[in-house]
Design a protein around this ligand. Structure first.
Ligand code: ZN
Length: 79
């Protein structure tokens, strides 16, 4: 069985892996460190897989979501 390491996103063996769900002790520690430091993002071990997640602009997303909703519903007056 394979699992994806939540830290480095690498595929890792699940069975017999004492560090699961991480691929290695390194990633396990990295995860602990993340929580310990209070922010769940830290320079990933290597990989630049998770590009620097910009601290979110939920506003923008919410807006565009609403926009699309409006668009779908359409305004009744247009009929
Ligand atoms: Zn890993």
């Amino acid at each position: 069985m394979k699992a994806i390491c939540p830290i480095c996103q690498k595929e890792t063996e699940w069975e017999g892996n004492r560090y699961r769900p991480f691929c290695s002790e390194r990633c396990k520690l990295a995860d602990l460190g993340r929580w310990a430091s209070g922010e769940y993002r830290i320079a990933a071990p290597s990989e630049e897989d998770e590009e620097k997640e910009t601290p979110g602009q939920p506003d923008e997303e919410a807006l565009s979501d609403e926009d699309s909703k409006k668009g779908k519903n359409g305004n009744p007056s247009s009929f």
